[in-house]
Ligand binder design. Structure first.
Ligand code: ATP
Ligand code: MG
Length: 217
């Protein structure tokens, strides 16, 4: 049976913003898949600044995708008892979807450049494809390890991502949006509005729950 690819994007989404949402939508349209799923991770360590809980990050992602049929949110990492390791998430997706369904993990260039420091990263290729999207300020500069990895896995053919279960890396250019959650947290902490960088509904949620040091005065 030819099952459609499962395409997802992980991240802390602290908070989710238009850089994430536009990326997910462009990828959904470019691959012509039904949906792209956002999977928020548990936070590894405390940042030492006012933030929000995992449940609140999940709630903001859920509210950001609620009115877009082609985007969805999956709570598996936040609800899991286990730490948020991509390998565990990929194994859990593989168990759910079986060995044949293509799984495609989307990540920005900034995240991809740190890949060699991720837990068991070389095993990812047995479980999924990686679709790397451009992000303003980050350039593809592979070291020797990464160059060797890319020689074995890189493709320009998106049909392979849709037809094979796993094993390819594809670099793809997006509409550049220089938005980051760090910038949004800094604006809020400084008493400035982050409006138009993220959905109004997410901004309303932040104000309502007084997240990231938001103050009314
Ligand atoms: P922070 O500043 O807290 O690190 P962030 O904006 O980088 O937040 P993350 O949750 O860390 O957001 O990112 C989740 C995923 O989305 C990563 O793969 C990241 O590369 C990608 N991403 C985030 N913002 C953008 C953007 N503006 N353009 C393209 N990809 C993005
Ligand atoms: Mg980030």
């Amino acid at each position: 049976m030819n099952q459609s690819a499962f395409v997802f994007m992980g991240g802390t989404f602290d908070p989710v913003h238009h850089g994430h949402l536009r990326t997910a939508l462009e990828i959904q349209q470019w691959l012509a898949v039904d949906q792209v799923c956002l999977i928020p991770s548990k936070m590894p360590v405390h940042r030492g600044e006012p933030g929000c809980s995992s449940e609140q990050r999940l709630a903001m992602v859920q509210c950001a995708v609620a009115d877009t049929e082609s985007l969805s949110a999956d709570p598996r990492e936040i609800l899991s008892e286990q730490p948020s390791y991509s390998l565990l998430t990929l194994q859990s997706l593989r168990d759910e979807f079986g060995p044949q369904r293509p799984i495609c993990m989307v990540m920005g260039m900034d995240a991809f450049l740190t890949l060699p420091s991720w837990h068991n990263w070389r095993q990812f290729m047995e479980l999924c494809h990686i679709l790397v999207v451009t992000r303003p300020g980050y350039h593809y500069q592979p070291d020797a390890d990464m160059r060797d990895f890319m020689q074995r896995h890189q493709t320009d053919d998106k049909q392979r991502l849709l037809g094979e279960p796993a094993g390819c890396v594809l670099l793809h250019e997006l509409t550049p949006l220089a938005i980051s959650a760090t910038q949004i947290r800094q604006l809020i902490r400084a008493g400035l509005s982050p409006r138009y960088l993220l959905p109004d509904r997410v901004w309303d949620y932040i104000k309502q729950h007084q997240l990231y040091g938001y103050r009314t005065n």
